[in-house]
Design a protein around this ligand. Structure first.
Ligand SMILES: [Zn+2]
Length: 262
């Protein structure tokens, strides 16, 4: 089976006329049997939880978190940690894949650096306290992201949509983290990123769509959907000179381990 470790189902549906049941049916047809729906703001937390509960038999897990571009006041951080408690009280922790996505985004810079850092540190500690993986977003903020993570190393978590080179990947791996590649690894000019995807050791590699963003080749330019992770698998298998079946098994093993380590 294929696994999409990072998708935003709510955003996928907002911009297109595909219904929830259609998305899941197409995924199933393509043998994408697991996917993680990733939360980005306080407003979406309950939707994420309900979406995963409704589709747990179809392999949908969810995260709770606040993206660095979303508002993260003290009040909102409190709501987030209360939500984690609610999920625990309801015995639904098996659906909660991790905390995030959180991190730093200096490219969009939609929120002040202070707010981003405080929110990132809060969510990292929330993940550690609950022994959950943290899903980290870092855009044009590698040094700062790294130094926040380093203070808490070893970190159980995923550097999502990794977009650096092999040397940066080495630093992330040294923190104890997994590295996840999205559709941009298939882009023609992504030589350094492809080098990183070939470099990451087998037991730390994950793949994702980040749908509706970063649609892989050959559908680049169109909206992205979770089933497109299949194309990223095929590309990365070739890049790593590995049989596709072997890569499928490897990623399933990694995903199962990080998901059950709680
Ligand atoms: Zn994302």
């Amino acid at each position: 089976m294929y696994i999409d470790t990072h998708a935003h189902f709510d955003m996928c549906m907002k911009d297109a006329d595909r219904k929830e049941t259609d998305i899941l049916a197409i995924m199933n047809n393509e043998n994408v049997q697991r996917a993680v729906h990733v939360s980005i703001d306080v407003e979406g937390l309950i939707w994420s939880y309900n979406f995963s509960k409704a589709h747990k038999d179809e392999g949908i897990l969810f995260t709770l978190g606040i993206h660095p571009s979303s508002n993260a006041s003290d009040q909102e951080l409190k709501i987030l940690s209360e939500m984690v408690e609610t999920v625990k009280r309801n015995n639904d922790v098996s659906l909660l894949f991790g905390i995030g996505e959180t991190g730093l985004d200096y490219y969009r810079m939609r929120k002040p650096v202070d707010m981003q850092k405080k929110s990132f540190e809060f969510q990292l500690d929330l993940a550690i306290r609950n022994n959950l993986p943290v899903i980290v977003h870092s855009r044009e903020a590698f040094e700062d992201t790294f130094s926040v993570l380093q203070k808490r190393a070893p970190v159980k978590g995923i550097m999502h949509c990794f977009s650096g080179d092999a040397a940066m990947a080495r630093k992330v791996l040294d923190l104890g983290m997994h590295v996840s590649f999205a559709g941009n690894v298939t882009f023609k000019k992504a030589a350094a990123l492809q080098e990183a995807a070939a470099y990451v050791p087998e037991d730390r590699l994950l793949l994702e769509t980040d749908a509706p963003f970063l649609t892989p080749v050959p559908f680049r330019g169109k909206p992205n959907w979770p089933e497109n992770v299949v194309h990223t698998y095929k590309f990365v298998a070739e890049l790593r000179k590995q049989p596709l079946a072997k890569l499928i098994d490897t990623i399933e093993e990694n995903f199962t381990l990080i998901n059950s380590a709680g």
